[in-house]
Design a protein around this ligand. Structure first.
Ligand SMILES: Cc1ncc(COP(=O)(O)O)c(C=O)c1O
Length: 412
C-alpha cells in the first residue's frame, strides 16, 4: 500500500446523517422549551424513552432462565423467533406458511431486512432490464442508500400529493401501469414514513390488481406494525391481502418501534415463494449471503420477542402496550388539531393532522418555515415538514402549536 493510500487523503468527507445531525443539535441546545420532533422513536408524556412493561417482564424471565447461554444462533436466526414473526405479519392462517413456501431470516432490525432483501434481489431477481427499484416519493431517506449500495438504482413513483396533503393515488396507479413488466416496487406496509398517508383497503385492492397485471414484485417494508391503528392484525392487512392474492413478494419486518427494541436490532426478512422447493432454494442463498455479512444474528432481542410472541399472556400484554403508544399518539393528533383549528384559528386546513396515521405527520409547511421553527422556536424537525407525533406531549404541545401558528402567519 502506498503512503498516499494509507493517509486516506483522497477519501471524500461524507455529510452527517440528517436525522442524527438534528438530534445532536437538539441535544446541544440549552433552551428550556426546546422540542425534538425529528427522530422516529416513541417517547412517553414526559419525553422519556419507554421500556415496554412486557419487555421488562420478558427480560426478567430470560435472565432467570437457567438454560440461557450465549452460543451462536443458526445463520438464519432463532427458529422460534422467525416462525412466530412470520405468523405475526402474514397471519397464523397464511397459506404460504402452511405450505412451507415462506423463508424467514432473522436480520439486523428493519434496516438489515431491507439490505438483505435488496442484496438478494440484486443477485437473484429475474431482471428484464436495468436493476431498478421504484420508491414512493417521498420515502424513508435510507432506502436510497440501501438500494444504491447493492447496485440497484432507485427511481421514484408519485405518492404524496402536496395539494391535498394526501395520497396521489392516480399517479401511483399510472406508474404501476407504465413501469416495465416485472418491476420491483417498494411499498410501506402501514404508517408510511415520512407522510403518515396510507392507501385505503379499496386502494390496496386496486394496487394489487395493477401489480398482478404487470407481473411486478412487491417489496414490503413494515417498520410500524401496530403503530398505525394500534392493532397488529389491522396493520398487517395489506401484506396479508397481497399474500392471499398470490402477489410475488417479500416483507421486511422490524421490532424496533412496536416493541421499543430500537438498539437491540430485532428484525426479519420473509420471502414468499411459489413452491416449497423455490423457498428452499431461496433460503440456501440467503444463508450464503448472511454468512458472509454477519455470520449469525444477535440472540438477546430475538429471544425477548420470541418469548412475547409465543406466550399467550405476554402477547396480550404486548398488545396493550402497543395500544398505550398508539393511543397517546392519536390523542396528540387530536389535541394539535384542536389547538390549531379551535383555539388559534391558524390559517389553512389542518384535517390531515388527524387523518394521517402512525408516528409521523407531514404538516405541509415549507422548508423555510421549518428552518424558522428550528432557529426561532427551538423546535427541531426535518426540512420536509415531517414531525414525529411521539415527540409531542401534554407539556409541550401548546408551545409547538403556538410556534407553528406564528410561522404559518408569516413570522415568529
Ligand atoms: C420505513 C422504515 N423502514 C425501515 C426502518 C428501519 O428501522 P430499524 O432498522 O431501526 O428497524 C425505518 C426506521 O425508521 C423506517 O422508517
Amino acid at each position: 500500500m502506498s503512503a498516499s493510500t494509507a493517509s486516506w487523503s483522497s477519501v471524500p468527507l461524507a455529510p452527517p446523517d440528517s436525522i442524527f445531525k438534528l438530534s445532536a443539535a437538539y441535544k446541544a441546545d440549552d433552551y428550556p422549551q426546546k422540542v425534538n420532533l425529528g427522530v422516529g422513536a416513541y417517547r412517553d408524556d414526559n419525553n422519556k424513552p419507554w421500556v415496554l412493561p412486557v419487555v421488562k417482564k420478558a427480560t426478567g424471565l430470560l435472565l432467570n432462565d437457567p438454560s440461557l447461554d450465549h452460543e451462536y444462533l443458526p445463520i438464519t436466526g432463532l427458529p422460534e423467533f422467525t416462525s412466530a414473526a412470520a405468523k405475526l405479519i402474514l397471519g397464523a392462517e397464511s397459506a404460504a406458511i402452511r405450505e412451507g413456501r415462506t423463508v424467514s431470516v432473522q436480520t439486523i432490525s428493519g434496516t438489515g431486512a431491507n439490505h438483505l432483501g435488496a442484496l438478494f434481489l440484486s443477485r437473484f431477481y429475474n431482471w428484464n432490464g436495468p436493476k431498478q427499484i421504484y420508491l414512493s416519493d417521498p420515502t424513508w431517506a435510507n432506502h436510497y442508500a440501501i438500494f444504491k449500495n447493492v447496485g440497484i438504482e432507485p427511481i421514484n413513483y408519485p405518492y404524496y400529493d402536496a395539494k391535498t396533503i394526501g395520497l396521489n393515488f392516480n399517479g401511483f396507479l399510472s406508474s404501476l401501469d407504465s413501469a416495465p413488466e416485472g418491476s420491483v416496487f417498494l411499498l410501506h406496509a402501514c404508517a408510511h414514513n415520512p407522510t403518515g398517508v396510507d392507501p385505503t383497503s379499496e386502494q390496496w385492492e386496486k394496487l394489487a390488481d395493477a401489480i398482478m397485471k404487470r407481473n411486478h414484485f412487491a417489496f414490503f417494508d413494515c417498520a410500524y406494525q401496530g403503530f398505525a391503528s394500534g392493532d397488529l392484525d389491522r396493520d398487517a392487512s395489506a401484506v396479508r391481502y397481497f399474500e392471499q392474492r398470490g402477489v410475488p413478494m417479500l416483507v421486511c419486518q422490524s421490532f424496533a418501534k412496536n416493541a421499543g427494541l430500537y438498539g437491540e436490532r430485532v428484525g426479519c426478512l420473509h420471502v414468499v415463494g411459489a413452491t416449497k422447493d423455490a423457498a428452499d432454494r431461496v433460503k440456501s442463498q440467503l444463508s450464503v449471503l448472511q454468512r458472509s455479512e454477519i455470520s449469525n444474528p444477535p440472540s438477546h432481542g430475538a429471544r425477548l420477542v420470541s418469548l412475547i410472541l409465543t406466550d399467550a399472556s405476554l402477547f396480550e400484554e404486548w398488545k396493550r402496550d402497543i395500544q398505550t403508544m398508539a393511543q397517546r399518539i392519536i390523542s396528540m393528533r387530536k389535541e394539535l388539531h384542536r389547538l390549531l383549528t379551535e383555539e388559534l384559528h391558524t390559517p389553512g386546513n389542518w384535517d390531515h393532522i388527524v387523518n394521517q396515521i402512525g408516528m409521523f405527520s407531514f404538516t405541509g409547511i415549507n422548508p423555510a418555515q421549518c428552518e424558522e421553527l428550528v432557529k426561532g422556536a427551538h423546535v427541531y424537525l426535518t426540512g420536509n415538514g415531517r414531525i414525529s407525533m411521539a415527540g409531542l406531549n401534554t407539556h409541550n404541545i401548546r408551545y409547538f402549536a403556538e410556534s407553528l401558528d406564528k410561522v404559518v402567519r408569516g413570522g415568529m
